[in-house]
Ligand binder design. Structure first.
Ligand code: ADP
Ligand code: MG
Length: 724
């Protein structure tokens, strides 16, 4: 067998099942050990400093320098006691990953070494970090980037480093990360939701978003991974014939977790627990070697920060197990891709889940108001919301028949859907009666709800009893880049909701009637987004078109939504992003798309020319030798005796010629596209011409894989990567 592949397979076979991170006693004994939470803070600083942090966490209060110094010294003491040598601001640039630049605590003064960390180091760092994408926001040479502590997320220890969750902004204050707009969107949503909640309960002061993020991923043996240049460089296979057996028997889904994987899971769970990440579920997913884990939901910022940390920890722990975690949305053709289901709900400071249907008519009216506002928001901005998850990697998954479709819709479940139909149909009835009648309908919710919310797995946005589950997010994404958009559109819709209720009550309508009429109006205007059927079906694609719902079929084309007035107004109105910040994001999205596709196109070219074609030619030569031998022995009879060799030789020639031709065309297409100055236009050309040619090359390469002698094939095959 090709030496490279053989060695990888041998190494993979030698990797053992082992545990590396084991703690004594029950999880509760070490849960949160590495987090400097409010409880620990009490022991390390004065009451005044503690209260300053508390107020910053709860109300976003400012912390002055004096107090910051004290907080920093408390943090330093705790970190050093626990073995830390460095600290870093941890921020979330527009690359969808996290970034860190470690600084040592150690300093020397008057020849004496000591650990140094003060308030200004805590509050602000200047990593410069000029290489991160910024979409033109930092084009002048003096435009530095600053990271600043976000006290709403606790600091923690990882690998001997004190990690300080931070925002990343330009010298002039523009957001260069995903955290800033997310924090702003949460504030906007809180304000708007509070004003609607106050219609039902005056004591509500703020509203928080809760998120529960389910993380899907693939595991591949490290040696096999290293033998695939495409996995190493692109995190996905750019060629590879599907395995004869993959997921068709559905024997992997929820099956027994293989022991090597189970050891890995227990290890990363232990590390996650120490960071206060409350992981709750683990199971096999649909595709072979695909798995999922999910924590218990918590407040949005914490959930997102923890998800980012979780991805880092998983990769670190995997190293010990000689595994690689693949977070890419579609690493393998022909089997399911990976997503990150985002369970989203709103809860008041008085502890009421606003998306939970209640037992009293009043509670139900509140529930219906918030539900209708979400429906309205998703309808109004359905294309923007779908585009919020659009990326090159997710585009390989979305719209495939196992993943959420490319067009947005909301699944409510038959009971709730029936209720909304009834409410909406009363439109023609006299208004006063309609109000009364609807409240009666609302009364009936508790008996039949929520236990029978059917699970429609084909919907990109489904109601699941007390929350919405946004399922189109990609597994590798920073969730904030989609949730700030979701928060924003709902905030806008809730603002409008309150405004319309106020307008009705000003004309003398009582509040309940005004609310009910607004619910009806919102549902009536946005009912086209509600769909209960099979989202994967051809019929729905056509029906969605008839309803005027726009699908995200091409990623760079979809990004144009950031140029639409409706989008720009949305973010400015709510103070989430200024127009130049929206434009910067548009640029970065296109740039990232082009760069990633460019790398993939190069890799597929290299693999085909340097690995696949040489193997095919070697096999051809063996066949030719064989034909010569047959001729030597049987003379002219060889022509009929070697008919299968002739056919194979011809087939291989056709395929190798096609590959050479298409790879050359691919290089030309890239060159041509790279000459286009405008990044958005370049991305569009890439998305059509470059991508189409890559598909062609792959087609030929995957066919060659079926023809060439298995012994000679240079790369680990799907069946080897996906089954261990
Ligand atoms: P499934 O795979 O069936 O969707 P999981 O149990 O894997 O369900 O994940 C459900 C996720 O939803 C968990 O993270 C859970 O904590 C979260 N969740 C439950 N209730 C809420 C809520 N009210 N708001 C936000 N997330 C929630
Ligand atoms: Mg789910």
């Amino acid at each position: 067998m090709a030496a490279f592949r053989q060695r990888a397979l041998n190494e993979a076979a030698s990797h053992k099942t082992e545990r590396f991170y084991v703690e004594d006693g029950p999880v509760s004994h070490y849960f949160g050990r590495n987090v400097f939470d409010l409880d620990k803070m009490r022991g390390y600083m004065s009451q005044q400093a503690y209260e300053a942090v508390l107020s910053a966490v709860k109300f976003g209060g400012k912390i002055d320098r004096e107090v910051a110094n004290e907080i920093a010294s408390g943090m330093k003491a705790w970190a050093i006691e626990n073995g830390a040598t460095h600290y870093t601001h941890l921020f979330q640039p527009l690359t969808d990953a996290t970034a860190e630049k470690h600084e040592a605590f150690i300093a020397v003064k008057d020849g004496k070494p000591f650990e140094k960390f003060n308030g200004s180091a805590l509050v602000q760092q200047e990593p410069d970090a000029s290489s991160f994408p910024n979409g033109g926001l930092r084009n002048t040479f003096e435009a530095r980037g600053y990271s600043a502590w976000d006290p709403s997320s606790p600091v923690f220890l990882l690998d001997g480093t004190l990690c300080i969750p931070s925002v990343f902004v330009s010298y002039t204050g523009e957001a260069l990360d995903t955290k800033v707009p997310n924090l702003k969107s949460l504030q906007a949503l809180s304000d708007a939701a509070t004003s609607v909640a106050n219609l039902f309960d005056e004591s509500v002061k703020s509203v928080e978003v809760n998120l529960g993020l389910e993380q899907e991923y693939f595991l591949v043996d490290e040696s096999l991974y290293s033998a695939r240049p495409d996995l190493v460089l692109c995190n996905r296979t750019v060629i590879g014939h599907t395995s004869a057996k993959d997921q068709q028997l559905e024997d992997h889904y929820f099956g027994a977790i293989p022991s090597r994987v189970s050891a890995f899971m227990k290890d990363f769970e232990t590390e996650a627990y120490k960071l206060g990440i409350l992981l709750q579920t683990r199971h096999n997913e649909v595709a072979p070697n695909q798995f999922e884990c999910a924590p218990v939901f918590c407040s949005a910022t914490k959930a997102i920060d923890q998800n980012m940390m979780l991805m880092i920890i998983m990769q670190k722990v995997a190293e010990k197990h000689h595994l690689k975690v693949i977070f890419h949305e579609k690493p393998f053709d022909g089997v399911n891709g990976s997503g990150k289901h985002c369970n989203w709900s709103m809860v008041t400071d008085t502890g009421v889940n606003l998306l939970s249907p209640g037992k009293t008519p009043n509670k139900n009216l509140q529930f219906l108001s918030f539900y209708a506002a979400v429906v309205h928001a998703v309808y109004e901005h359905h294309f923007l919301l779908m585009t919020s998850v659009a990326s090159l990697s997710n585009s390989y998954r979305l719209g495939g028949h196992e993943a959420p479709p490319a067009v947005m819709s909301i699944f409510s479940g038959s009971t709730l859907y029936g209720i909304f139909k009834a409410i909406e149909n009363m439109e023609t009835m006299p208004e006063s009666e309609a109000g009364l009648e609807s409240i009666k309908i609302v009364n009936s919710i508790p008996e039949i709800f929520p236990d029978n919310t059917d699970r429609n797995r084909t919907s990109p946005f489904a109601f699941t009893g007390n929350r919405f589950e946004f399922r189109a997010l990609g597994s590798s994404m920073n969730v904030a880049s989609a949730t700030y958009i979701l928060n924003a559109i709902v905030a806008q819709s809730l603002r409008q909701f309150r405004k319309e209720v106020d307008a009705l009550t000003a004309t003398g309508e009582d509040v309940s009637t005004a609310v009910m009429n607004t619910v009806r109006k919102f549902i009536h205007e946005s009912k086209d987004i509600m769909f209960e059927g099979n989202g994967y079906s051809k019929e729905w694609e056509e029906e969605a078109g008839r309803r005027g719902l726009r699908a995200v079929r091409n990623v760079p084309e979809a990004y144009e939504v950031y140029h639409e007035k409706k989008t720009i107004d949305l973010f400015s109105e709510l103070g989430i992003l200024a127009p130049n910040e929206v434009e910067a994001r548009f640029e970065v999205l296109n740039e990232t798309y082009v760069k990633k596709l460019q790398i993939e196109a190069r890799v597929i070219g290299d693999i085909c020319l340097n690995h696949v074609l040489p193997a095919a030619v070697r096999y051809q030569n063996i066949l030719i030798e064989n034909v010569r031998g047959v001729k030597e022995i049987f003379g002219e009879e060889y022509k009929s005796l070697c008919s299968s060799e002739f056919a194979t030789l011809k087939n291989i020639s056709c395929l190798t010629n096609a590959i050479s031709r298409d790879v050359e065309a691919l290089v030309e297409a890239r060159k041509k596209a790279n000459k286009i100055e405008d990044i958005a236009e370049r991305a569009k050309v890439y998305s059509h011409e470059v991508k189409d040619l890559m598909d062609k090359v792959r087609y030929s390469a995957d066919h060659l894989e079926m023809v060439v002698d298995d012994e000679m094939w240079p790369l680990p095959k799907y069946r080897e990567l996906l089954f261990f």
